[in-house]
Design a protein around this ligand. Sequence first.
Ligand SMILES: [Zn+2]
Length: 228
Amino acid sequence: MGARQAARDGDRRIGRRALLVGGAVAVAGTAVLARDELGRLWWRAPGVVKPRKEGEVDYAGARWVAASDANWRRADRPDDYGIDMVVVHVTQGSFAGAVRAFQNPAHQAATHYIVGRDGRVTQMIRELDVAYHAGNRSYNERSIGIEHEGFVDRPEDFTDAMYTASARLTAGICARYGIPLDREHIIGHVEVPGTDHTDPGPHWDWDRYLRLVRRAATAPVRAAPDPA
Ligand SMILES: [Zn+2]
């Protein structure tokens, strides 16, 4: 990112933060946040970065593998940009191939998550950061991207394990950011304005997927297996 780009993002960030903090505070501006408010929201103060831990994941079911930082942009969501969308992708290749592509700085694209045919979930970019996956800047800023291992013209790639794992992941994302569980907010890459991508393609079963997401959202949180 160039200096000019950084400055522009910075301006935008302050504007959005003022909106998000809300009410009288937004009118007064971030500089005069009440002291107790600052105590609680210290990491929202200008220039302060949210704490991060190496290898930390946002979804407990995910394993962390870092993407190349050429394929995403550091951000502070949902405080600088609100998150109101999940974008579903299909890799057009293997799980390992997608991981390698996202680790490659020349790839210039990556999603936050990859879901395998066997239901495994790998996270490669933190949800607070902006991943380059939708081919549309504002959609990247407002969304979480999930890749699914397989090919758009091979319906057999979309396994039960994949649908179930992905639905759980999406239900968790939607719960974290208050995203409605509908097709306005859970979309395919093909639906992003200006894209020439067709994924997840005609064989992706949206009715089934939304049903599973809604079910996962209402299911009780799984407890750890009882050792006794
Ligand atoms: Zn895609």
